[in-house]
Structures are given as C-alpha cells and as structure tokens.
Design a protein around this ligand. Structure first.
Ligand code: KIV
Ligand code: ZN
Length: 515
C-alpha cells in the first residue's frame, strides 16, 4: 500500500466555518500562499456556491497558488458543482469536492430524501463533476453515523462514476479512535472497487479526539488522506489539527511508517498567520504551536535538557519553525540584514516595493523598540501584506490621558478617504476612549464582537497585537493592529476592521450564512 499521506488543508473552508473566523479574499490568499510554502497537497479554498464573496476568494486563491491542488466544496448537485468548477478555472490543478449526507438522521430530517434517492443523487453528481474535472472527491457527510452496508453501496457507486478520493467524515465528532479505524477498515472491505480511490478521513473535535481518530483512520483503516486545519480551527470544537497529525507521523515514524510532504519548518509561521488573521488565539499549552509547547519550567527538566535535550524533548522547536527568540536586529541593522532575516524565516517578498515598505516599517519599529525579535518581523510582514493597497482609514497619531479617578480621554488623528480628521472622546478606559473617538467620526454603527490583546514576544517591552472583531449587515470582519503601545495597536486594529467593512471587493458573508 502507498506510504504517502496526502495532507488536505481545509482551514479556508471548514476552518472558516468557526463562528467569527470569516476571512476576506485577500486574507485567504495570504493564508493560501503560506499553505503552499508549507507544501500541503490540497488547499480547500472555500465553498463556491455559498456566496459571491467565497466564489471570488476561491478564484483568487486558484490564481495565486501554483504548487498545491486547489479545491472547492460543493453540495452534490449540478448548480453547486458548476459554481465550484467555475471558481477553480485558473487553478494549475483543481479538485471538485462534492458531498451529500448518508446517515439515517441526516437523510430523513435534513435532506428529507430516501436512501435510494441519496444514492442516485450521489451517482449523478459525481458523473457530472467528472465531466468538469479529473480530480473529484466524494464525501459522505455524517459518514461515521451511517449504516455501513448502505454507505458501502454509495461509495462503490461514487467510485464507479469516477470519484478519485472517498472521504468518510466524523461530522459531529462522535467517533472513538479504535472504532473509527475499524469502521474505515470494514467499509473498505465491503467496497469491491475500493482500491480505485484514495480513502480520506475528516474528523471533528467535539470529544477532543479528532487527531487520534484521524490517525486511527490512517493506521487501522488504511486511509491515505487526512483533512485538517491549522491550529485545529473549525466549527464548534474544531477540526483535526494539521500540525499535530504531521508531527505525530514524523516523530512516531517507527509506528506509522508513513511519510508526508509537509515542510514542518513552516508550521509555526502558518499557525501565527492564521491566529492573527482570525483572532483565534492559540492556547499556550497547545501541542506543537502553543507558546509553552517547548518551554521547560521545572528545575529537573531544565537540568535534563541541558545534559541531553532528548531527556525531555521528543521534537526540536526549530524543526517546526520556532525561532530561538534571540535578538536578531536593532536600530543599526541595515536593509541587507533585514532581507537576510526574512529569507531565514522563509518569508517571501513578492516585489521590491513590498520590500521597501516593509523596511520602512522595520525602521519605524526600531525607533520605538530597542530589540527586534523574529516575532516582530513576522508581525511587520503581516502588516505590510495587509496594507499593500491604500486603505480608506489610516492611523496617523494618538494621544490619551488616563489617571486614577478621572474618566480617560483620547484624541486621535486618522485619515478617512482623502480627509485628515481629528477626534476626541471619553471612555471607560483608554482603549474604549480611543475607539469611541474613531467611531465618533467613522459612524460605522458596527457591533463589536471581540477585543483581545496579545504580547507578540515575552516581557513588557513586547509589541502588543490587538484583534478587534466587528459585525455589520451579516458580515463579520477581524482587524489586527500591532504596536509597542497597546492603545495605538487597538486604534490600528479598529481602523483595520473598518477598512474591511468599507471595501466592497472584500465583501463576504459570514460563513455560517450559507444558503
Ligand atoms: O464535517 C463534514 O462532514 C464536512 C464535509 C462537508 C466534508 O465538512
Ligand atoms: Zn467538517
């Protein structure tokens, strides 16, 4: 049997279905580029029929990505499949992913269809998709809770119609590793043409077992594709975490004896980018990508690590892209040193213009902050990618006063279109006062769903990274701002969110609003 596990990343589709994690077209392209650097085999860029915005985002990802297969989800009907195919027109390599539910509950209650009608629709849709693409995946939604003999008939028919990948999701996160692995194994044995397709697993994390279930699907069931997301992002408790699957396959190669094509040194940059764009903070003790994943606090552990790192470490931080958090650059560093550091961090700069703009930001930061860490550079590059085009709202300056017993006041100057505006307001705290001052002029009327602050590196000299999530007219956007001054970072984050609401080309309905 083939020993390569295909890594299918669905951060931009299933991950985006996480409430509040909706991404704009440009953000999807930035993440897709990073997924390509990570060398994922397949990028599921969205669900083309769900909205005009998602269609445009898939088309943009398809045009930008060269090395990975780009995929769109579609319900198993001709209209959705045609939309998926149209959105993928510019892809170097495209996949259409059609799904229909096969569990008794979903068929009776959600679809209101008989099992025979579901079987026919699955066949018809795969036949139709195969006329539009040679790479077609079929998913049996709620597959794990389906009646196995019926599911085997549906899968056999899908393969006969030309499906090249068969995915059996544990849609509701109900599975147990051994049972799920056995289910895939038994199902494959019941499908006479099972060797004509790649088998895939797709697990949700409701009981905290998505990664374990996926690995059992591979080891016991013989699946050779794992569907996963960066940081395990996804609906409810999330999906299978890509970084955990990849590092389990690598670290325990003695057990799995399988390979995958991922460049693991790109894992942490991918994790940080997804966290920054979605505002979903990674818990410190998260495996592989959590801030404490390689931190050793106890004296006994530290002593052991100093003697031989294998005493307490099964993976090396640098192998998954953690920098050693050393001071890399400062005020006196030149353009060449900056350029070299970007290369070392695996950050691609698309044009000389982007480089100039990033270097100006680096110099500005070095004026404010003595030591510049790798994390600061990653943040600078995220900011410069986000601000490539002239934005409607631009931060200029801010001053604020807060004192015990006195209501804080903030004065802010920012650009709104071609006007420079000054505004002053009070608030419960200095951040509230600053955002009130912006809102007094911008008058967006947007609802604030989230405000969070994170230190980019450790210690109080760190830059603050602020996320503001706003909702308006069925859209949800995340704005991110970084600055050593967290009040300024907050104002930048708010303005960044307003820019996304303002830009019609980024219009995208909340992923939960799929018709
Ligand atoms: O969880 C699920 O069943 C899915 C399918 C649409 C693949 O995401
Ligand atoms: Zn799913």
């Amino acid at each position: 049997m083939n020993d390569k596990v295909i890594i299918f990343d669905t951060t931009l589709r299933d991950g985006e279905q996480s409430p509040g994690a909706s991404m704009t077209k440009d953000e999807k392209v930035r993440i897709a580029r990073q997924l390509e650097r990570l060398k994922v085999d397949v990028i599921e860029a969205g669900f083309a029929a769900s909205s005009e915005g998602d269609f445009a985002a898939i088309a943009a990802v398809a045009a930008a990505v060269k090395d990975s297969v780009v995929c769109s989800l579609a319900r198993a009907n001709e209209k959705d499949i045609t939309r998926a195919s149209d959105a993928l027109k510019q892809a170097n390599a495209k996949r259409i992913h059609a799904f229909i539910a096969t569990s008794p509950l979903h068929m009776a209650v959600k679809l209101r269809m008989s099992p025979e009608d579901v079987l026919e629709q699955a066949k018809r849709s795969i036949r139709f998709a195969r006329n539009l693409a040679s790479d077609v995946e079929f998913s049996a939604e709620d597959g794990y809770r389906s009646e196995i003999d019926f599911l085997a008939r549906v899968v056999e028919a899908a393969i006969s119609e030309g499906a090249t990948t068969i995915n059996i999701p544990d849609t509701v996160g109900y599975a147990i590793p051994e049972l799920y692995g056995n289910f895939i194994h038994t199902l494959r044995s019941k499908v006479p043409n099972s060797d004509k397709a790649i088998w895939s697993v797709h697990c949700h994390n409701d009981l905290g077992m998505a990664v374990a279930n996926s690995l059992a699907g591979v080891k016991i069931g013989g699946a050779r594709q794992v569907e996963c997301t960066i940081n395990g992002l996804g609906e409810r408790a999330g999906n299978t975490a890509l970084e955990e699957v990849v590092m389990a396959l690598r670290t325990r190669k003695d057990y799995f004896d399988l390979t995958c094509g991922i460049d693991a040194t790109q894992i942490v940059p991918a994790s940080k980018l997804v966290s920054q764009i979605t505002g979903f903070v990674v818990q410190p003790n998260k495996a592989v990508v959590g801030a404490n994943a390689f931190a050793h606090a106890s004296g006994i552990h530290q002593d052991g690590i100093l003697k031989a790192r294998e005493t307490y470490e099964i993976m090396r931080a640098e192998d998954v892209g953690w920098s050693t958090n050393k001071i890399v650059l400062g005020k006196l560093s030149g353009r060449n040193a900056f350029k070299q550091r970007l290369q070392d961090l695996g950050i691609a700069v698309e044009s000389e213009e982007e480089m100039n703009e990033a270097f100006i930001r680096f110099k500005a930061l070095a004026d404010q902050k003595v030591d510049i860490f790798d994390e600061d550079i990653i943040a600078i590059m995220s900011d410069s990618a986000a601000s490539e085009k002239a934005e409607h709202y631009q931060f200029i300056s801010l001053s604020q006063h807060s004192e015990t017993g006195v209501r804080p006041k903030s004065t802010i100057t920012f650009r709104m279109g071609d006007q420079e505006v000054n505004s002053e307001a009070e608030g419960n705290g200095p951040v509230d006062a600053s955002l009130n001052a912006i809102e007094a002029k911008a008058k967006s009327g947007a609802e604030q769903l989230l405000y969070s602050v994170n230190a980019i590196t450790s210690g109080t000299q760190s830059q603050g990274e602020v996320t503001v999530r706003l909702a308006k007219g069925g859209r949800i956007v995340n704005g991110v701002g970084t600055d050593p001054d967290i009040i300024a970072a907050s104002a930048k984050a708010y303005l960044s969110a307003l820019n996304k609401l303002h830009d019609p080309s980024q219009a995208k309905l909340n992923a939960q609003m799929t018709p």
